[in-house]
Design a protein around this ligand. Sequence first.
Ligand SMILES: *Cc1c(COP(=O)(O)O)cnc(C)c1O
Length: 475
Amino acid sequence: MNPDEFRRHAHELVDWMADYMERVGELPVTPPVGPGDVRRRLPASPPAEGEPFGQLFEDFQRLILPGMTHWNHPGWFAYFPGNNSPPSVLGEMLTATIGAQCMSWVTSPAATELEQVVMDWLRQMVGLPDGFVGSIQDTASTATLVALLSAREHASRGATGLRGMSGGPALTVYASQEAHSSVDKGVKLAGYGLERLRRIPTDAQYALSPDALERAIEQDRAAGLEPACVVASIGTTSSTAVDPVVEVAAICRRHGVWLHVDAAYAGSAAIVPELRKRFEGWEQADSIVLNPHKWLLTNFDCTAYYVRDRDALLSAFSLTPEYLRTVHDEQVVNYRDWGIQLGRRFRALKLWFVIRSYGVEGLQAIIRQHVTLAAELARWIDANPEFERMAPVPFGLVCFRYRPPGLAEERVDTLNERLLAAVNATGRVFMTHTRLGGRYTIRLVIGQRATERKHVEEAWRLITEAAEGVESLSP
Ligand SMILES: *Cc1c(COP(=O)(O)O)cnc(C)c1O
């Protein structure tokens, strides 16, 4: 493809992209395809000769698009949001065009320095004190693994990195029963072993019980184990429960344990001043993760990882072979030393574009609107005797179930499964489920950039209409 052809196709694509953004709300949120449907229509082997781009683009529209799930649909109420935005997409286009690999300062000075600046902007936006320094990681799962590895090195004073996990006392990790599965994965990968992860019970609102945490730490210490890390959640995945981080931080300080705060979804809401109180205590953490790729309009992937003590991070991750040494190493940041991977994408650019394009107040207004709509939906649910709200609504997630008076408890789970399937089958909205206290619970998350009150009203109308006929629905 020569530059002229590139220019022509790129213009066509930009027109298509703008149309898509305008009309995505008219598409079914989830595609009407079954397993294997897309694959069956694609050639099993690659073409020997190049094909004209026009054909590729046509196949994209004909074969791929109908099999896509539209995360940026205003009827997106599933999982957590995975937002993009026009300035973010434009930033991503430039990142791809320059195609830089940003592992070290010298491999792209502006990318490194912009990441430093943008991470500090975001730190100020979410109200963290100025000792914290941040880097962009691919996902919260990676950031939590990085935290667990740092905690491991910290607890063993560097011994595990040198000699492996054998020798010293066994290290333990603590997280609530509601913590994200990335904690289990990280514990497994970082060499602690799943048997050394203590799942701490939660209270009636699904928040970690600090007394149970402290007892578990004391018991482990008495048994000759070495408590290394506590992962506290601000906004759990099931119900957005908020652990009592102030008390957890005090326990971690008393026992010399690393505190990692997982605010992957909810962390973006800390930019809204009146929501900041839900984050009390996180400024005492050793490390914090939040995902601008969820709620801050920056397309996947973009995870912000903050640490209080840069040296604790570097001592776990830095390692400079001769071929990577440069004359600037003393004066600059080399982000390859801040995480697992060597090669890095230029992700700061899209976040910079988003923050500048919306401004802090523009971003605050969007999140504030989502949280206000979620509170409103919670009121509609509370006012309807046929529905039951299953958890508090501190952010944009509303957990509820259909439970008409007189319905036997053993039938409630099945009816709600059917209700969710019926509503999703309309293609107008997409919601998912969880279990809270063992009970099947519908999750409706308001957090898509384009979601307005009318979309939430439509979702609630579809839910109540489906509920009327749900007893007669087949499974
Ligand atoms: C989404 C989420 C994660 C995982 O995020 P990835 O960036 O997809 O790895 C971890 N923890 C919580 C609380 C989450 O909501």
